[in-house]
Design a protein around this ligand. Structure first.
Ligand SMILES: NC(=O)c1ccc[n+]([C@@H]2O[C@H](COP(=O)([O-])OP(=O)(O)OC[C@H]3O[C@@H](n4cnc5c(N)ncnc54)[C@H](O)[C@@H]3O)[C@@H](O)[C@H]2O)c1
Length: 414
């Protein structure tokens, strides 16, 4: 902890830094290499450090940037932002990063940094995003984008009114298993898709006899925790991009483990739900049913699996794997509880081959967002999409509280 210099800042202007704003960059005068300064707020956290800094931005930097369709390159230059300058200094030194600061306002006021990226705890997000929008920065953020749907929509409107491009993490769509699923859907493999059953979860230790593997704020509603707020934003974009817009939700939340132990080993009351059992009606008639739980022991191939049944075929996909069963390969079981069934149902499924090279999904999305930003093309995974995710979480909680199915309103920027 740097007690003496709480707002210590160290920035340098590299010779290759290009100050051209996005619009100018799209003109003929675009340089061969365009360097984009990115404010990375919350890099000491799990997601900020591993997925966004190390596996995305530094990986892009270390490979010399990304190539655009016209052959020019985009490189990235991060400035680390957080509350502890000492922690940031350590990270910066470890990864050869020139710039860091504990003064977010100063970074936002500096035109060298074009993009504001947010990986803070959910509770701290919307106030930081508001500041960044007011400063005219392009926005890239973790989900959920806010704690309430109204606030999430307001952020989307503010950014839209300011003409700011925004991007929200939609990482699950980039999982190899879900990309294989997308290809199956696009090929017409399923016929009419009837239903989707999703099973997400694993055992998160209580923290007493083994340390918990997730931060304790996840289990306190007053700190922005809860599995609905955490996972329903993901389920919203997965469902709407693969199967159809979510029209209604019925969810049952449960706090199965009422007491957990925090990072200091102290007990605390788990005020947020650690499991949610949801049913979603989708536009087009598909029914999705997704269990999300930090209180289940895994008896599946992967930590998340989706089982999709269609008139012509079915698939089971996970993070990586995907197996299918065509209607021509479907067995004809007959229910008879008096006879032991020795049919090998697993053997009726065929594993899909890996025909593509998949890279880290967070990095893939960063590359697409940066490309879209520089080229000025539309970007669909924006704050409005993020707001729909927050709306689904809010409706899921309301459904559980009231014990009824909730129809989702349509969010628009008007
Ligand atoms: N896309 C995904 O798959 C995924 C997975 C997990 C978490 N997340 C999201 O990422 C975000 C961060 O989650 P995490 O698991 O990395 O949490 P974390 O606790 O590991 O990190 C949170 C970061 O926020 C900072 N922070 C905490 N309180 C703050 C405050 N009051 N003001 C400013 N900064 C503060 C911490 O210093 C840290 O850098 C959450 O919004 C979460 O929903 C996304």
């Amino acid at each position: 902890m740097n007690q003496h210099h709480p707002t210590e800042s160290r920035t340098t202007m590299s010779e290759t830094t290009t100050l051209a704003p996005a619009a100018a960059a799209a003109s003929d005068s675009r340089p061969q290499v365009r360097e984009i300064g990115i404010i990375m707020n919350g890099v000491s956290g799990r997601m900020g450090y591993r997925q966004h800094l190390v596996r995305s931005i530094l990986a892009i930097r270390d490979q010399g940037g990304i190539e655009l369709p016209d052959g020019s390159r985009v490189t990235v230059k991060p400035i680390l932002v957080g509350r502890s300058a000492a922690k940031l200094a350590e990270l910066a030194a470890k990864h050869g990063i020139e710039d860091y600061t504990s003064d977010l306002d100063a970074a936002l006021a500096d035109p060298r940094w074009e993009i504001y990226a947010d990986f803070l705890v959910t509770k701290a997000r919307s106030s930081a995003l508001r500041k960044a929008i007011a400063a005219g920065k392009t926005i890239y953020t973790e989900k959920p984008t806010a704690e309430t749907a109204d606030e999430a929509l307001e952020l989307a409107k503010l950014a839209d009114a300011a003409g700011i491009k925004t991007g929200v993490v939609h990482d699950k769509l980039y999982l190899p298993g879900l990309q294989k699923l997308k290809r199956l859907i696009d090929s017409g493999f399923f016929g009419r898709i009837l239903s989707v059953r999703g099973e997400f979860g694993y055992w998160v230790f209580e923290g007493d006899w083994q340390p918990a593997q997730r931060p304790s704020w996840n289990y306190r509603v007053e700190d922005g925790g809860g599995i609905i707020v955490d996972m329903f934003p993901h389920w919203n974009y997965v469902l709407e991009n693969l199967f159809g817009k979510v029209e209604t939700v019925y969810a049952q939340a449960a706090t199965h483990i009422p007491t957990r132990w925090d990072e200091s080993g102290d007990p605390y009351e788990a005020t947020a739900e650690d499991a949610a059992y949801g049913i979603f009606e989708l536009e087009g008639g598909t029914i999705a049913q997704i269990n999300s739980s930090w209180t289940v022991r895994v008896n599946r191939d992967e930590l998340v699996e989706f089982h999709v049944d269609g008139t012509h075929g079915s698939a089971v996909v996970g993070l990586f794997g995907a197996k299918i069963q065509h209607r021509n390969a479907t067995p004809k079981p007959v229910w008879n509880p008096d006879l032991a069934d020795d049919h090998d149902y697993d053997a009726d499924w065929a594993e899909l081959p890996v025909n593509d090279v998949f890279q880290n999904g967070f990095r893939q999305q960063w590359e697409e967002f940066l490309t879209s930003y520089v080229l000025g093309t539309p970007y669909e995974f924006d704050l409005l999409s993020g707001a729909r995710g927050v709306l689904l979480a809010e409706a899921g909680l309301e459904s559980s509280r009231e014990g009824r199915k909730i129809a989702l309103r349509t969010l628009t920027l008007e």
